[in-house]
Every structure is written in structure tokens, then in C-alpha cells.
Design a protein around this ligand. Structure first.
Ligand code: ASP
Ligand code: MG
Length: 451
């Protein structure tokens, strides 16, 4: 069997749903389970509607209603699916009225509200498959074995889902049914609807694939896979053919928002390959995520950068060898609820980076009791994701490039996750450095500094 997940932009309107049908049809003999997101920006529209309801404005589900009604009409499904859709839209409207009456939106209500997006999309798409004479069935996550904790808006699936999901879905496949499952949502043990965090339908797909022993999880997006750099910075950025699960997880945290950060976990456990494909360019090879990379692959998978970070240099004013220093430093950050990104330490000093958005006066005062503190703004993190077993090669080539460009590296950190190496440079140097590094690691034949 196979899992095929289609994101919101892949099912945004009738034309795209037709494209999806073609892609699925071509692989029907591999026994796919489909996982869908809400159509287009429906999740955002639902949250907007909730915001309006909260502020007491007259509730309107017009945008959401229009999109779904138009799609049903364009796909000529009025007779077959309207009866399933109308009650959902009615329920949604009453819920929004309720929110506007009590002027309160708890996490539980928010999850119940956004769940309508996925529940609508699977019904429309399944009906369209049936109209194409494919035996498809819409399945809500709770009927597909998804049980989560009650951490609304960021719920985690419970272990029992690993048994319940195959119990629910494999018999359908045996009957020759194409299950069309809602991504993103689940239910807790009390029966309340939960969500797995924004972008969570990737995780829905990978847990189905892993728990059912699928040959592969295909994640269909609107890009040609994971790119080697931000194409706005590097014109020659290209899809990365193959990455490891660790690298893919790291990428999700470092701005390449292609996959949900936790989405690799289930497939990593079972070694199920994940393939990221482009619905708008299905013949492109996409990016394959696997357990182990071949030694011949380039040491670097991807280069990213993040501007406007703040560098904090802290030098202990106490004796060398004093213990408890780092603890006091981090306690100060915790007291001010400031989260730290990168850290580098020596015996008497610590350098760390933060998002620029913090007010640091109080922190500086606190830290000033135990250390000399210097705060430097306008910095950028350049991150190289790759095979850290080859870090010496990566570091030497990177420093050589920096030297050629006259860029001073102000801090280096090699991630414990063993796949990322990050450097701090000035904001103004970041883009040129990323281009030069990309040229060196990806197009060495072109010489340095071009891309
Ligand atoms: N529809 C949800 C979202 O927009 C889940 C998903 O697309 O994965 O976040
Ligand atoms: Mg979405």
C-alpha cells in the first residue's frame, strides 16, 4: 500500500482536484490511502471567522461556503454530495454564533472549528472519485484510528493510534476502497476534536504510512521538493534529491517550511521512505527522505539563512572553574521568557543568539550581576544542513569561502542533531555568503563567488 497526502493548495479548487484525481489514478494499483488538507486557505479563513465572531461582529461563513459550493458545482457533484456538506456548514455557522455570543474561544473550540476544513474537503474529493467510478470513501480521522492527548491546537497522537489506524484502514483497502482521510485532526479519549498543529496533515500521512507498513508516504505540495537554498537569494537553488530523516526534520525548523517538524518521526521509526512531490509538476523527481545516505552524496544538502538575530556575549566576572555559571545564565533567560537559538561556550564565556524581537534591558541588568554582557544586533545566522560526519570538509571549505569574501565569522555552532553547522555573520554579509557557499558546494565547476 501507499499513502498520498495532498496539501491545501493541491486541492484548492475544482481544477486542482481534477489534477489530483489524475495523479492518484495513475497509482491506483498500489492501493493508496489519501490524506487531505482543507481546501486552499480554508483553515486561515476559519480562524479569521472565529476572530470576527469573538469581536462580536456578525458571523459570516460566506467565503468558506462560496469556495466549497463553487467547487461542488464545477465538479458537477451537487446531487451526490450536497446532502453531506450542508449539515456541516450549518453546524459550523451555529458554532460561530456560539462563539460570538459567549465571546470566548478556547483551544478546544478552536480545534472543533478548524476541523470543518478537512471534513469538508475529504467529502468533496471522495465524491468526485466516485463520480469517476473509483470506489472512494471519506473517512474522518476518528474513524481512522487517530487518538490524541487533549493538548488542544498542538495535540500529540497516543501510542494506541499505531494499532487502531491499520485496524481501521487496512480492511477498507482489502475491500478495494480508496480511503480519503482528513489530515490534521484527531480526537482525544473524551471524544473532543483536537488538531496536530498547523501543517499537521503531513504527520497524519506519515503515521498512517508507518503504522500500516506502507511502501512509501508521498507528500504532494506546490513546490518541486525541498530546495537547496531560498530561490530568492540563490537563483540556481535546486530541489534536493535525497535527504535523511534527521536532515529533513532539521530543515523544517530552519525556515524551509516544506514539512511539519514532527512529520518524520513515525516514518523514521519504521524506515518508511517519504517522497515530497509537486502536484503542479508531477514528473519532477521531488525529494526522497530516507534513513541512510550513500557516501557519494555531496556533504551539504542545503544552505539557509535567517536575518535580524541578536548576539549576546556573556563573559563571567567570576573565577575560572566556578560551577553553576551556565545555570545562572540560563535561569536569567528563563525568568525573562526569552528563548535562545544558538549557543557556544568556553570556560568563562557564553555566546548565544536570540530573535531580534525581545526587549533585553531587564535581562542585561540581571546578567550584569554575574558577568560582563555585550549585546550585538543586526546579525544573521547562516546554517548548513549536511552530513556532519564530514564536518571538517564542510568547515574548511566554508572558512575558505569566508576568507575569500572578507567575511568575519563571529560565532560557530555545530548542532547536537549532527546535521547542522551554523555561523553568525553581519546581516549585510549573509546573502552573498549563502550564494558563494551554494556555488562552492553545488556548482564547484563554476568557480567561487558566482551562482
Ligand atoms: N489545514 C491545516 C493547516 O492549514 C493542516 C494542513 O494543511 O496540514 O495548517
Ligand atoms: Mg492548509
Amino acid at each position: 500500500m501507499l499513502v498520498m497526502k495532498f496539501g491545501g493548495s493541491s486541492v484548492a479548487d475544482a481544477e486542482r482536484i481534477r489534477t489530483v484525481t489524475g495523479i492518484v489514478k495513475a497509482q491506483l494499483q498500489r492501493k493508496p490511502v489519501l490524506v487531505l488538507s482543507a481546501m486552499g486557505d480554508t483553515t486561515d479563513h476559519l480562524l479569521e471567522a472565529a476572530g470576527e465572531a469573538l469581536s462580536g461582529k456578525k458571523v459570516s461563513v460566506q467565503k468558506i461556503q462560496d469556495l466549497h459550493a463553487k467547487t461542488i458545482q464545477d465538479l458537477e457533484l451537487k446531487a451526490s454530495v450536497q446532502a453531506e456538506i450542508t449539515p456541516l456548514l450549518k453546524e459550523l455557522e451555529s458554532l460561530l454564533e456560539g462563539i460570538s455570543l459567549i465571546r470566548e474561544l478556547t483551544g478546544r473550540t478552536k480545534d472543533y472549528l478548524v476541523s470543518f476544513g478537512e471534513r469538508l474537503s475529504v467529502r468533496i474529493v471522495a465524491a468526485y472519485f466516485r463520480a469517476r467510478r473509483i470506489k472512494a470513501q471519506a473517512v474522518d480521522a476518528w474513524d481512522a484510528g487517530f487518538v490524541s492527548d487533549s493538548n488542544f491546537t498542538q495535540a500529540e497522537l497516543l501510542k494506541e493510534s499505531w494499532d487502531l489506524i491499520p485496524q481501521a484502514l487496512l480492511p477498507l483497502l482489502d475491500e478495494g476502497v480508496l480511503p480519503v482521510v482528513t489530515g490534521f485532526i484527531a480526537r482525544d479519549r473524551n471524544g473532543s476534536i483536537t488538531t496536530l498543529g498547523r501543517g499537521g496533515s503531513d504527520l497524519s500521512a506519515t503515521i498512517i504510512a508507518a503504522s500500516c507498513g506502507a511502501e512509501e508516504a508521498q507528500v504532494w505540495k506546490d513546490v518541486d521538493g525541498i530546495l537547496s537554498a531560498d530561490p530568492r537569494i540563490v537563483k540556481k537553488a535546486r530541489p534536493v534529491e535525497i535527504v535523511s530523516y534527521e536532515e529533513a526534520a532539521e530543515l523544517a525548523y530552519f525556515g524551509a517550511q516544506v514539512l511539519h517538524p514532527w512529520a518524520m518521526q513515525p516514518c523514521q521509526k519504521t524506515g518508511t521512505p517519504v517522497l515530497v512531490k509537486n502536484t503542479f509538476n508531477p514528473s519532477a523527481p521531488g525529494t526522497r527522505v530516507v534513513a541512510a545516505l550513500n557516501k557519494k552524496t555531496s556533504p551539504v544538502r542545503l544552505i539557509t539563512s535567517k536575518k535580524n538575530v541578536t548576539l549576546v556575549d556573556i563573559v563571567s566576572t567570576r573565577m575560572l572553574g566556578q560551577y553553576g555559571f551556565l545555570e545562572e545564565v540560563f535561569a536569567a533567560f528563563a525568568r525573562h521568557a526569552i528563548s535562545v537559538d544558538m549557543v557556544a561556550t568556553s570556560e568563562v564565556s557564553v555566546s548565544l543568539t536570540l530573535d531580534a524581537a525581545h526587549d533585553l534591558d531587564g535581562l542585561k541588568k540581571d546578567l550584569g550581576q554575574i558577568a560582563a554582557v555585550e549585546i550585538k544586533t543586526g546579525k544573521a545566522i547562516v546554517t548548513i544542513i549536511g552530513d556532519v560526519r564530514r564536518s571538517s570538509e564542510i568547515l574548511s571549505r566554508t572558512f575558505r569561502t569566508c576568507e575569500l569574501l572578507g567575511v568575519t565569522v563571529q560565532m560557530v555552532s555545530q548542532g547536537a542533531s549532527k546535521v547542522n553547522i551554523s555561523f553568525i555573520v553581519d546581516n549585510t554579509e549573509a546573502a552573498e555568503l549563502v550564494r558563494a557557499l551554494h556555488a562552492d558546494f553545488f556548482d564547484p565547476s563554476l568557480g567561487r563567488g558566482t551562482s
